[in-house]
Design a protein around this ligand. Structure first.
Ligand code: PGA
Length: 251
């Protein structure tokens, strides 16, 4: 059975002490019988500390927000997947729309990054999603299909079991406009069907597909009740412990 996952993408927010205080708050507010897999994606700068703070807490792990496409060497300012693994993180978020847009990350580059992540025994949260113009022009399904197939469909069945997909319509990210539950469910079902066609039922049914884009405590329950929505990738609301913990308990 696939996992319910709620991941907090802090983006470039919170200094070290603010970040560590948020982790303490989140951990203290999570119920003892928490059943959701919770992932915290802070800045690289204190990723190690966050990962250590989570290490004794069942079902809570740390992720990085990106990694280099290169293994090592003369790439000033870059952070490799092996460095991330050595900081006790478990996941790497790849292909967030802000990286695709602001840092011109292509499907081909992301394919290389996936290779680096897997070479270091980490898992991937792979983001995909369309712009408003693409949706209005009716090309969003083709776009999402190409994002997923060009970056991930070289993977074997065994490798694909280490992929989590996050569907994040760009028009819903940080805008306060959430995709309706129907809009989200339709795309999630489309993505799961792509996985059925490529990898078969077992992989498709075992892959968690998260929704991201203005997910809040007041809409998470409805979103997460949809058949193909297995949790969320949370930006703004992950910076508030009460909101984030409420979202983690919205299944
Ligand atoms: P948001 O961001 O929740 O602030 O819309 C989601 C994301 O970018 O992952």
């Amino acid at each position: 059975m696939r996992k319910n996952i709620v991941a907090g993408n802090w983006k470039m927010n919170l200094n070290r002490s603010e970040g560590l205080t948020l982790v303490e708050d989140v951990l203290s507010k999570l119920p003892v019988d928490n059943k959701t897999h919770v992932i915290l994606a802070p800045s690289f700068v204190y990723l190690y500390k966050v990962a250590k703070m989570c290490s004794d807490i069942p079902k809570v792990v740390a992720a990085s927000q990106d990694c280099s496409a290169n293994e090592k060497g003369a790439f000033t300012g870059e952070v490799s997947a092996s460095m991330i693994a050595s900081c006790s993180a478990r996941y790497v978020v790849l292909g967030h729309s802000e990286r695709r847009t602001n840092f011109t990350e292509t499907n081909e580059l992301l394919k290389t990054k996936v290779g680096q992540v897997f070479a270091n025994d980490l898992k991937v949260i792979f983001c995909c999603g369309e712009s408003l113009a693409q949706r209005e022009n009716g090309v969003h399904f083709d776009w999402i299909k190409s994002q997923i197939s060009e970056s991930l469909f070289h993977l074997s069945v065994e490798e694909f079991k280490n992929i989590v997909i996050a569907y994040e319509p760009i028009w819903a990210i940080g805008t306060g406009v959430t995709a309706s539950t129907d809009q989200a469910q339709v795309v999630h079902a489309f993505i799961r069907n792509l996985l059925v066609e490529k990898y078969g039922n077992e992989v498709a049914e075992g892959t968690s597909i998260l929704y991201g884009g203005s997910c809040q405590p007041n809409n998470a329950i409805e979103l997460f009740s949809q058949k193909d929505i297995d949790g969320g990738l949370i930006g703004g609301a992950s910076l508030n412990a009460d909101d984030f913990v409420a979202i983690t308990q919205s299944f």
